[in-house]
Write a protein that binds this ligand. Sequence first.
Ligand code: FDA
Length: 569
Amino acid sequence: MEYLTHSINFLFFLLTSLLISSGANSSSNNSQFFECLAIKFQTLNSTISDVIYTPNNSSYSSLLQSLNERAASISKLRPVAIITPWVESEIQAAVQCSKKYGFQLRVRSGGHDFEGLSYISEIPFFIVDMRNMRSISIDDEEKTALIQVGATLGELYYTIAAKDRTLAFTIGVCPTVGVGGHLSGGGYDMMSRRHGIVVDHIIDAKLINADGEILDRKSMGEDLFWAIRGGGGTSFGIVVSFKVNLIVVPQTVTVFNVSRTLEQNATQLVLKWKQIAENIDENILLRLFLRSIRSPVDGERTIQASFTSLYLGGVEDLLPIMQENFSELGLVKQDCTEMSWIESTLYFAGFQNQSLYVLLDRSQLGGGEIYFKGKSDFVQLSIPENGLNGIWEFLNKEDIKQTELQLSPYGGRLNDVSESETPFPHRSGIIFMIHYLVICFEDGNSALDKHVGWIQRLYRYMAPYVSKHPRHAYFNYRDLDIGKNNIQGNTSYAQASAWGSKYFKNNFKRLVQVKTQVDPSNFFRNEQSVPPLPTLDSENIYLSLQEKMFIVTIIIVIIFNINLVTLKL
Ligand code: FDA
């Protein structure tokens, strides 16, 4: 009976997939790809209807739903299939069929990529969506966690706290962010000044490579293991799970969120914040959010600076530190709340007074009909008062309503790790990181252009105040404005360096070398994936320069000859 059900499933899937591929895309690769999947899944005894969703399935649209919903709807192509594996062998099958028929694969864990690269593509593609592979096991003796990538950060917070309230993990702020993208691309959080970046805590990983092999840290080798801790998993394979060291937190932490407007001296407070936030006790992370609001006094637009903080300890210890370093803020005990670390995750996610179960709610993932764009910067020198006044003007623009600048301070453990320890290179000499954000709720392309134009102009305005040559950016705050690969064909090292050196500084060269070794055919690719060199020989980085010099010499000779001919004439 079971065999019969499988066979019917198989035939039904094959038939509908062939219809889709003949209608949506005439390439015979599509149908061969589906045929390959059907055969492999039948061999695996997998129930196709539980794993492969084509546009014919009623659940396809809800599965495709994404955070940046408008970005997805603007994109011309929809995935020909969404594959939601339950076991590794189903991922292996998807990789093998995709490779065999040259079909573009996008992998999605939490779907929070700023530019939607896990679910948007300009060429025909399918998605491997890891949502079903989300088990988490905590070893409280060893103080480690084994996490499958389809888990959200909220599920991870919840599971750690359910096991042991003295343990925690430095992760991020939004509970619906996925482990797959977040842990492979960096990970800044409210404890980063004390405990560093998320990637600093990864001790093992399981990955499926372009040949469909399952590798762990030992079998993948230290170079590849280095690359997927900050270089983005997506260039190197499909990460299935990460093993991480957990951290020990005090029973009581203290949080506060104090806001001041321009009329309440916000500009001077921001100037002072820049002096102290990087040097203050590393148990405090004092994040700063800048927004435009309607003034409660006269209804005019004004700037609100919100100082949002986590202190790893009790309020009695926090107050003297704040008094000594930032008395101007006027922090008092009533502004502060003591709680456990797990409660602080709710606080920062905006879920005050809610049950911990809200951390398990994945439905917040669908952002509705919004479009958002983010950009990032690293500040190495101070921004003077007139620089801030210019930012206020941008934020107060009447026709752009939903905007925010998040300023995340450096210092403490963030500075203790060398730039090359992991691909995430933004370690020392930084005062704070900026995350620019604009959200557009309006319909129509002109509204989108207006909002994107706004953030791009602000970014240009900020150039004198931020890192230079090149201007650095945070990989997990994906931004295609800083450069991208060719959609089809190869992308040279020089072209990819335009964006690669901004995200990874000198580590980009090593990422390219690792890519060349593990995926020379560039199977795992997207608009900002690390490209391989043309051959396995990393010396080619220099050869390509020689080639360039050769071409330049030829051009000079030609011009010289043309001049000679012209002179003779
Ligand atoms: P998604 O599934 O979209 O993947 C992102 C990228 O990783 C894609 O290129 C995808 O292909 C690849 N990928 C995903 N899973 C993979 C896997 N298993 N194997 C290989 N490649 C894989 N950052 C931060 O440092 N601190 C913070 O506090 C926050 N907060 C935050 C809030 C909100 C609302 C958003 C939208 C984003 C953040 N971020 C953040 C940034 C976040 O870390 C970044 O967007 C992550 O890439 C999201 O990971 P997801 O798995 O959710 O995204």
